[in-house]
Design a protein around this ligand. Structure first.
Ligand code: FES
Length: 217
């Protein structure tokens, strides 16, 4: 069973700008205590029932020490900068093949997707030279973890949050993500294939701390 440090409720806002989506995530996180209580009653069925999970788990590495060392006022003024640099750790063990979740990092949405074998094959058969931003799936994932596609959930056109992370959402003509704002289609590797977006969905810096826990940032 996956463990997460903090799990927020579902709050889809696919057509909103990333900043707006982030604000909603923040607001949702503020209710996490109450939700955690409810979640504890249904633990074990929650993740299975959800096809779309927001996980806002923040690792404040270095934050504690900084908070002790500086006065309260300085701490408050510094917190935004510190938090902006913070990493998150996400337990991905509950994300089944073919599922994706949306979490939040540096106040922006991040998609974590467990690609199926056909989705990997689909990504690998693409002629890289035909791509607007030529990148292989291997270049966008990590060795031995090619099934884990981790990208920012921010359209590279004007910053909307694309659809496709939740089951039942439109994934676009190439089976990845679709931004309805102006019609950008991303493939199963999160690469732009059609529409006005100029670049692939950005892959953030991340590392697997174990088979099931990934650190983003
Ligand atoms: S913001 Fe995504 S297509 Fe314009």
């Amino acid at each position: 069973m996956a463990t997460v440090k903090k799990t927020t409720g579902t709050s889809k806002a696919p057509r909103k700008k990333a900043s707006e989506a982030s604000a909603e995530l923040t607001e949702t996180t503020s209710n996490a205590s109450a939700q955690d209580s409810e979640t504890s009653h249904s633990e074990g069925e929650g993740v299975r029932r959800r096809d779309f999970i927001h996980i806002a788990t923040v690792s404040f590495a270095g934050v504690g020490a900084a908070a002790v060392a500086i006065p309260l006022v300085s701490q408050m003024s510094a917190s935004a900068d510190v938090l902006a640099m913070a990493s998150i750790e996400v337990d991905v063990s509950a994300i089944q093949s073919g599922q994706a979740i949306k979490t939040s990092w540096r106040k922006q949405p991040v998609f974590i997707r467990n690609l199926t074998a056909p989705e990997i094959a689909e990504a690998n058969k693409v002629n890289i030279g035909s791509l607007r931003e030529p990148q292989t799936l291997a270049e966008r994932t990590q060795p031995g973890k090619e099934n884990w596609l981790i990208t920012m959930g921010v359209c590279t056109h004007l910053g909307c949050v694309p659809l496709g992370a939740a089951a039942g959402e439109v994934k676009g003509e190439y089976g990845g993500y679709f931004c309805p704002c102006h019609g950008s289609h991303y493939d199963t590797a999160g690469r732009i294939r059609k529409g006005p977006a100029p670049l692939n969905l950005k892959v953030p810096e991340y590392a697997f701390l174990s088979d099931t826990v990934v650190k983003i940032g």
